[in-house]
Design a protein around this ligand. Structure first.
Ligand code: MN
Length: 230
């Protein structure tokens, strides 16, 4: 018995300071997890966050050249702390949730804002706005065994050298342990699952030729260059 097409290698993130890598199973993303970003998206800053997913094949490990995607004229960056789980489970207690975390990275939840808005306006899914090719550039993973579990520290993005996003991880509405606990009420979490933990205010459009440098103090940096559409 064999497979009728060749098997693929699971998408993976490199582990900083090591030749090993972390295979990625699913990508959960939290929406509107910083009050100032809720407001810029039209909310009142007091809503509960919520989740959506991207497939692991949206990852662009280590960033680099990312193609301007098809079918959009409003392509946005969203800088986010990424959490990688090495232990799964269900109904995880927030107090013990950090034990499930292997490490942290800097990610960009790239968004076709016009398609996302069309979905919102028509009560349709967000997938085409959020889950598309190359929509999840992500840095190497910094293991929690080396950096601990960052609950505060700067999160920022420069575009062509100009500051566009700047906030602190402590501004999150749902903390990382709370996000893990909440998700594990709805899914059986598995080793390899990762969470994009939401973006602060300052989201905006980019175009081919733009250079993005995203960083989280104590975690790492991620560089992306937008290249012309395929
Ligand atoms: Mn996001």
């Amino acid at each position: 018995m064999g497979y009728v097409i060749s098997l693929w290698t699971p998408p993976a993130l490199a582990v900083a300071g090591s030749s090993d890598s972390f295979p990625v199973r699913r990508i959960f993303c939290v929406g509107r997890n910083y009050a100032e970003h809720q407001k810029e998206m039209g909310g009142d800053g007091r809503e509960q966050p919520f989740f959506f997913l991207k497939t692991e094949f949206a990852l662009v490990p280590r960033g680099g050249g990312v193609h301007y995607p098809a079918k959009t004229s409003n392509y946005h960056y969203e800088t986010e702390l990424v959490v990688a789980l090495h232990k799964g489970g269900r109904r995880i207690d927030a107090k013990r949730a950090n034990d499930h975390v292997y490490g942290y990275a800097v990610g960009l939840d790239m968004t076709r804002r016009d398609l996302q808005q069309w979905g919102k306006d028509h009560g349709r899914p967000w997938d085409f706005g959020k889950n598309f090719d190359e929509s999840a550039p992500c840095s190497d993973l910094a293991p929690a065994s080396k950096i601990g579990h960052p609950a505060k520290g700067g999160i920022w993005l420069n575009v062509n050298g100009k500051p566009r996003q700047k906030a602190d991880l402590s501004d999150m509405i749902w903390s990382v342990p709370e996000q893990i606990a909440y998700l594990s009420e709805h899914y059986t979490l598995e080793p390899g699952d990762v969470i994009f933990t939401g973006t602060p205010a300052g989201v905006g459009p980019v175009k081919p030729g733009d250079e993005l440098l995203a960083g989280i103090d104590g975690v790492g940096e991620l560089k992306v260059r937008i290249v012309p559409a395929l």
